[in-house]
Design a protein around this ligand. Structure first.
Ligand SMILES: [Zn+2]
Ligand SMILES: [Zn+2]
Length: 495
């Protein structure tokens, strides 16, 4: 290409760019402009009314020149949680149209005072061109464990849906009482009750099952609430819980757990404290990423002889979010995230005393044996164990160090083995290699027990569910939320 040609092309590109990015406000001018939200499975909820600085395109539609927003640009701004999704346009009168995200190159949003927010799909059937749009809902395809809402029991995931998927199902419109105000004019009282319309779902109808009082709710902040027959409110890109009295609510619900077990891995803190106060030494072994479902399966298949012989076994619930920092903090402090301050992997500082602090208050010594990285800022420094022999795991180093500590002066020993979690991520909770590591861990535990004369508590921070790539955790799924909780004695009696 000649230099002058290049310059011409460049000028043309710049010109097109300038023409197409005029920051204008479509046909809004003056007058009432209704709200219309891009919602559902998006990170950012967008109100079309408040849009600023979005590329405007000029199109020909029904012999008119219209200045419109390209739909793709708007959706990118909202950051859908998945690359592939469906888009549901909902009109104020309830009419809906659904199109796929991979065919929206010629889809535009227009505003006029006659038709309000309107979608113009030049390539789609004319019936998809919805007027008076109230919302544009992004609906993720497939499973999205990271941003979904679920209802589970200790051994079943009854429902797992993203907010977008819930929006496209059946919900009710409910008037929720917001408050009452009264004013006095010339001795006469005028009062008004204020209600707001909410889109609600009844959990019992969602799963077609009666829900009893042993049901708890978890929200994104790890707060829990007992379910008392309330409803769920769809709120743009998350779900809230509203109690029947409409007074108590929990924002951004992640899941509902039916028949929740009474046992929690937080009990490790209280059980340990109890034994220490009664002059009994305690060894706690935290098996990272070892779900109750894995324990149960391997026990039934005779693969973990040591763990299988322990009589005191419970299925315990861990805290949301079921990740290492949160689960470890729960075990070490006996408190949930809203009290101990560890909500997820981004948090390290404990707001309440840990078990090591409690032991030291009793005048007792502790040893905390970790893998190669420090996870939380605990009251005593962990003994870190890098993979010295470079065999791909720190478990052998943690095991050796723990064995060494057993004959030392510590009254409380806390050992954290990471191998099950590492292999669970790579090969899935039931991958051959994961099972190999669990069997090896069972043998480590047997050897530790033989060299210990106190109590032994074995539990986990969270479980692990299968994914296409291997395994993962961090969701309200029974595989992630339930862990084994075992108490036994050391010594050769378990031989
Ligand atoms: Zn973990
Ligand atoms: Zn993990």
């Amino acid at each position: 290409m000649k230099r002058s040609n290049k310059l011409f092309v460049l000028t043309l590109i710049v010109l097109i760019f300038v023409l197409s990015t005029t920051v204008s406000s479509l046909d809004k001018k003056t007058g009432f402009i209704p709200n219309a939200y891009i919602q559902g499975d998006v990170k950012q909820v967008i109100n079309l009314k408040e849009l600023q600085e979005v590329t405007i395109r000029e199109i020909e539609y029904k012999n008119q020149k219209l200045k419109v927003y390209p739909l793709k640009v708007l959706l990118d701004k909202a950051e859908p949680i998945d690359e592939k999704y469906e888009i549901v346009f909902s009109a104020q009168d309830g009419l809906r149209a659904k199109i796929s995200s991979d065919k929206i190159a010629e889809s535009y949003i227009n505003f006029s005072h006659e038709y309000g927010w309107e979608v113009i799909n030049l390539n789609h059937p004319i019936s998809s061109n919805i007027k008076l749009i109230e919302s544009i809902t992004v609906v993720a395809k497939g499973e999205h464990n990271k941003s979904m809402f679920s209802i589970i029991t200790p051994d079943k995931n009854l429902l797992t849906k993203t907010p977008g998927q819930l929006f496209t199902g059946l919900y009710l419109i409910k008037a929720v009482f917001e408050g009452e105000s009264t004013q006095n004019i010339g001795g006469v009282y005028y009062s008004a009750s204020i209600y707001s319309e909410k889109k609600v779902l009844q959990p019992e109808e969602m799963i077609n099952k009666k829900i009893d009082s042993r049901t708890i709710l978890f929200n994104e902040q790890g707060e829990t609430l007992r379910y008392k027959g309330g409803c769920l409110e769809l709120n743009k890109n998350f779900v809230n819980y509203i109690n029947p009295d409409q007074k108590e609510s929990l924002k951004n619900i992640r899941g509902i757990v039916l028949d929740a077990p009474l046992k929690s891995n937080k009990d490790a803190f209280y059980d340990t404290l109890h034994y220490l106060e009664n002059d009994t030494r305690v060894l706690i072994v935290l098996l990272d990423g070892f779900g109750y479902h894995q324990f149960k399966y391997l026990k039934e298949n005779g693969q973990i002889p040591y763990l299988s012989k322990i009589e005191s076994v419970s299925q315990a619930i861990t805290s949301y979010k079921p990740v290492t920092n949160t689960g470890l903090a729960a075990v070490l402090t006996g408190k949930g995230p809203s009290e101990n301050g560890i909500y997820n992997r981004d948090y390290k500082n404990l707001k309440v005393p840990d078990i090591f602090k409690k032991a030291s208050e009793l005048g007792l010594k502790s040893a905390y044996i970790e893998g190669n990285i420090k996870i939380l800022n605990t009251s005593i420094e962990p003994i870190l164990n890098p993979d010295l022999n470079e065999n791909g795991t720190t478990d052998d180093e943690v095991f050796e160090e723990t064995k060494k500590q057993l004959s030392g002066k510590a009254d409380l020993i806390f050992a954290h083995l990471h191998g099950i979690d590492d292999n669970g991520h790579d090969f899935g909770p039931f991958g051959d290699k994961t099972i190999e590591v669990i069997k090896k861990t069972d043998n480590y535990l047997k050897q530790l027990a033989q060299n210990w004369d106190g109590k032994i508590i074995i539990t986990s921070d969270h479980g692990m569910h299968s994914t296409k790539e291997g395994g993962d955790h961090g969701s309200v799924l029974y595989q992630d939320m339930f862990v084994p909780y075992l108490i036994t004695e050391g010594g050769n009696s378990n031989e």
